[in-house]
Ligand binder design. Structure first.
Ligand SMILES: *[C@@H]1O[C@H](CO)[C@@H](O)[C@H](O)[C@H]1NC(C)=O
Ligand SMILES: *[C@@H]1O[C@H](CO)[C@@H](O)[C@H](O)[C@H]1NC(C)=O
Ligand SMILES: *[C@@H]1O[C@H](CO)[C@@H](O)[C@H](O)[C@H]1NC(C)=O
Length: 892
């Protein structure tokens, strides 16, 4: 019964006409005990010029062994002659500075693990991150210097202060403002003696927020806070997920950015409210350096930003150890690379997952799925994966198929497979009570517990549910078996998975999530692990898929994510509305995800809620082809809007846009390969390449971007009625940018504006680039495998160009591969390659623009020579020599 009620309420919610964000459901900083207290503390300190911090490093405590500094930070309490000790550790990991501070706490009760949670790092980092033994240390009574690479850090003991220098320049001072705050262990009874005069006791032992009143806060106040002062940096990025600008805003006097994974359906744009995922990596960039602050903490967190010439970042978390990594490099790319060494890079996706995904809540039955599928073919629109939302399962009991409508899933998979198509189905972490899966979770003790250490029951889509606790290592083999059985025989390799609602979303929980005093494996409070809960879930799924098919790259889409999620899943930005502003904000959101090492990202094309106009939907598809993860999705109450259903001319524009994505698949795949090695963005913000421009405007650009290192610059149209766009990047470059609208290069150099009628995907190609495309229409990416390439060459002002092409089997883990580099100059086109993958690249066409020299002879091809545009059809031989010379033949 309750099931029914909650469902009805949820649906009423979703279709309510105003669509205002339910922000009363979410705590503001003011309402959230630890944020309120840390902001208060910071304010009091700022107002008091005579403030002396109670924290200092004890000089006698310092030891340096195996390139690790160990020591103790002491906090002097004011009212009593007592101090509290916090052991800390400093080391250099790879090329980054790592700091960790813990507290020795007494065990006062049995149920809750009383230690500060210190395992965030185990989930976020890859295995085997090395301590750098080359670091040099230099200690005296008042400080220690740590030198590594081009960096030096001075750790002062009193007041505690860490000053970072890069090539001699001061770039960062940690605790410059003395906001360091560690709420040490105390009991409610002796709290008075433990509070500093600058502190407030607001909500230290109870929570007065309406939906959180039951939070027992068994360990009392435990928050941590610290300030980071970025010297000479006013451009800050990262810390997703927020529906906000690319460049982070000053939060003085307003809500700080919050990181707390929640199911915030119908979010507002221009908002610091939390969303489905969080990555606590902030990147600061100026003309000389880039700097990453990686706050290794998975608890509820807020970040206050004062944006100035020297910006201040005040980071606050509800609990956990105080742990952070500072990454300093010459460029944003360097920060990505170092961050990737710690947390891993995006896995090279299975090629099919870079194609177009067609989703809807819901396709009704197998017949519906197969009809939709064949409609795509009838209208010659390619797609790779069709998706099933929660209704495919029997009464939303995951790991079952509804027997009436999805009685023969093997048949469905087989038919889809004939055209190289895949099916993706949803498996959520809430498991309906009253069937064998939830029974087993309870009996095998694998469920998330409530604050009394009993199984936690809450409400979600299926009604009353339990939640699998994927922090428990024992959950893995159980999860493996479930997937093995559910996913039918191993013969079916075309089944992908979607892990939704893994924040976790709990309809009757505080802030739509699990109570913070719930318990997980290890008796850790949910409070401590909340932001990585989603990661543990999709990682468990990933391992189950590997267990089932050990050689195939799994595909998983997750809604909730954390630092490290890039290794095993793609993300999307959640439940969007079919409005222009959501289309617009999707671009900076996806770019931010790319900046913080999670490039496999996208937004629901068309918006989740509502019915977009033909124009909006067309523009959304034209933007969506650039999302690294390209999926259309729609709410159950929205009208059907599969591309073939659109009236003309929208249908043909959308078809062309999707086909353009397929033409560019080699470029996406090559960019992902690069990302998988270096952590580089797949959609690259303009400032990555032009940060040393004298024009500061480069840092604000959030509506155009490069596709990896391909030289393709795109700027989606996100304004109703717009008929042209103007690009910003070309003015920062000495190179020509050639018009490349709809993937068709012209010899025309871009100036000022580009026409962008509704039929147009506006894009440019930077001089110096070689872009490999596959221009033939096929029904799916798998069927394109043996298609020949077209090379689009835009020469730079010196008559040169280079470009890469990565090729492998598209689906195996550790597949053999070949990485080709095309080099074009006045002599001709040559090629170098690495890797052993045996395959043949055939080039059916080469188009060259920007040549100011004659290209009048090529192999056996027909040459069409215009002044600026040379098309070479069917060069059978490669490399190609220009001019009157002969050709060498090379079997590729
Ligand atoms: C966390 O702390 C416990 C207890 O001090 C220790 O045994 C464990 O190794 C620590 N884990 C990490 C990842 O530091
Ligand atoms: C799916 O298609 C592939 C290649 O077209 C084929 O090798 C495989 O056997 C098919 N799988 C099934 C279950 O039909
Ligand atoms: C998606 O919709 C949500 C509201 O449900 C909104 O907050 C968010 O900004 C939208 N995302 C994008 C990328 O449009």
């Amino acid at each position: 019964m309750q099931l029914h009620t909650s469902l009805v309420i949820a649906i009423l919610f979703l279709v309510s006409s105003c669509f205002a964000v339910k922000d009363y459901l979410f705590k503001s900083c003011e309402q959230n005990g630890f944020c309120h207290r840390n902001r208060h503390y910071a304010k009091e300190i700022t107002l008091d010029p005579n403030f002396i911090s109670p924290y200092s490093v004890s000089p006698e405590s310092i030891s340096i062994e195996d390139s690790i500094i160990k020591g103790i930070v002491v906090k002097q309490l004011p009212h009593i002659d007592t101090s509290v000790e916090f052991p800390f550790e400093v080391s250099i990991l790879c090329n980054s500075f790592h700091f960790k501070l813990d507290e020795n706490r007494e065990s006062k009760q049995q149920v809750v693990n009383h230690q500060r949670y210190n395992e965030t790092v185990e989930w976020a980092f890859v295995d085997g991150v090395d301590t750098n033994r080359e670091a040099k240390f230099n200690k005296d009574e008042r400080s220690i210097d740590v030198s590594y690479g081009h960096n030096k850090v001075t750790i002062e003991f009193h007041p505690v202060k860490l000053t970072f220098f890069h090539r001699g320049n001061e770039v960062l001072v940690v605790n410059d403002k003395q906001f360091l705050n560690i709420e040490h262990q105390r009991s409610k009874e002796d709290n008075e003696d433990n509070v500093l005069p600058q502190e407030t006791t607001f909500n230290m032992f109870s929570d007065n927020f309406a939906d959180s009143k039951n939070d027992k806060l068994p360990l009392g106040p435990e928050s941590i806070g610290l300030d980071f002062n970025l010297k000479g940096f006013s451009n800050l990025y990262g810390i997703p997920e927020h529906a906000d600008s690319l460049l982070l805003k000053d939060t003085s006097g307003r809500e700080p950015y919050r990181l707390y994974n929640v199911d915030i359906f119908e979010y507002e744009t221009d908002s610091r409210l939390p969303m489905y995922g969080s990555i606590p990596l902030l990147m600061a960039v100026n003309a000389h350096e880039a700097l990453g602050i990686f706050w290794v903490n998975s608890a509820d967190s807020y970040i206050d930003i004062t944006r100035q010439q020297d910006s201040t970042v005040h980071w606050m978390s509800e609990n956990g150890v105080l742990e952070f990594v500072i990454i300093i490099g010459e460029s944003p790319q360097k920060v990505n690379e170092e961050y990737g060494k710690l947390t891993g890079n995006v896995q090279l996706p299975i090629l099919a997952s870079l194609g177009y995904h067609q989703c809807r809540w819901n396709y009704n039955d197998i017949k519906d799925v197969l009809e939709v599928s064949s409609k795509f073919d009838e209208f010659e629109i390619p797609y790779d994966t069709i998706w099933l939302d929660i209704e495919y399962a029997d009464n939303k009991k995951y790991f079952t198929w509804d027997s009436e409508n999805f009685g023969d899933p093997a048949h469905m998979l087989k038919v889809l497979n004939r055209t190289g198509r895949n099916l993706a189905v949803i498996i959520d972490p809430h498991i309906k009570t009253g069937y064998e899966v939830s029974d087993a979770i309870v009996s095998q003790n694998l469920a998330m517990k409530n604050n009394e250490n009993e199984v936690y029951y809450g409400h979600c889509w299926p009604g009353e549910s339990v939640w699998i606790d994927t922090l428990n290592p024992k959950s893995q083999s159980f999860w493996n078996e479930l997937h093995k059985t559910f996913m039918i025989s191993d013969e079916h390799k075309n089944l992908f998975l979607w892990n939704d609602m893994n924040e976790p979303s709990v309809f009757n929980g505080p802030e739509t999530s699990a109570p913070k005093d719930n318990l997980h494996y290890g008796q850790w409070e949910h409070r401590s692990i909340h932001n990585l809960n989603g990661l543990t879930y999709h990682e468990a799924t990933y391992k189950s898929l590997i267990d089932r098919l050990p050689t195939q790259r799994p595909f998983i889409l997750t809604r909730s994510y954390f630092a490290g999620s890039q290794r095993t899943a793609a993300m999307w930005t959640g439940d969007n509305m079919s409005k222009w502003e959501y289309l617009k904000i999707s671009i900076p959101m996806v770019l931010t995800s790319n900046i913080v090492g999670m490039p496999f990202a996208g937004a629901d094309v068309g918006g989740f809620f509502g019915n977009p106009s033909g124009e909006l939907l067309t523009r959304w598809y034209q933007a969506g082809i650039w999302y690294p993860f390209f999926r259309a999705h729609a709410h159950i109450d929205s009208r059907r809007r599969e591309p073939y259903l659109l009236g003309d001319p929208f249908r043909s524009y959308v078809k062309d846009a999707i086909r353009l994505r397929y033409k560019l698949l080699p470029v996406f795949y090559t960019s992902f390969h690069q990302a998988s090695l270096t952590g580089a963005p797949v959609l690259k913000p303009v400032f990555y390449d032009y940060k040393d421009s004298t024009d500061d405007g480069v840092y604000d650009i959030e509506d155009e971007f490069f596709l990896g290192n391909s030289g393709i610059l795109a700027k989606p149209v996100t304004d109703e009625g717009a008929k042209q766009v103007s690009f910003a990047a070309p003015k920062f470059s000495n190179e020509n940018f050639f018009e490349f609208t709809n993937g068709i290069v012209s010899g025309k150099v871009y100036h000022d504006r580009l026409s962008a009628e509704l039929s147009d995907v506006p894009m440019l190609l930077k001089g110096g680039s070689v872009v490999p495309m596959k221009n033939r229409y096929r029904r799916s990416s798998r069927l394109m495998r043996h298609d020949p390439y077209t090379l689009v060459v835009a020469l730079d002002k010196n008559g040169r160009a280079t470009g890469n092409l990565y090729v492998d089997d598209g689906e195996s883990l550790n597949s053999e591969y070949k990485l080709l580099t095309f080099i074009v100059d006045k002599e001709g086109i040559s090629l170098s390659s690495t890797g052993d993958y045996a395959f043949s690249v055939s080039i059916e066409k080469i188009i060259i623009v920007g040549a100011d020299f004659a290209i009048d002879t090529v192999s056996s091809g027909r040459v069409i020579s215009e002044s600026e545009k040379i098309t070479i059809v069917d060069p059978k031989e490669f490399p190609v020599k220009f001019g009157k010379g002969s050709l060498s033949h090379d079997e590729l």
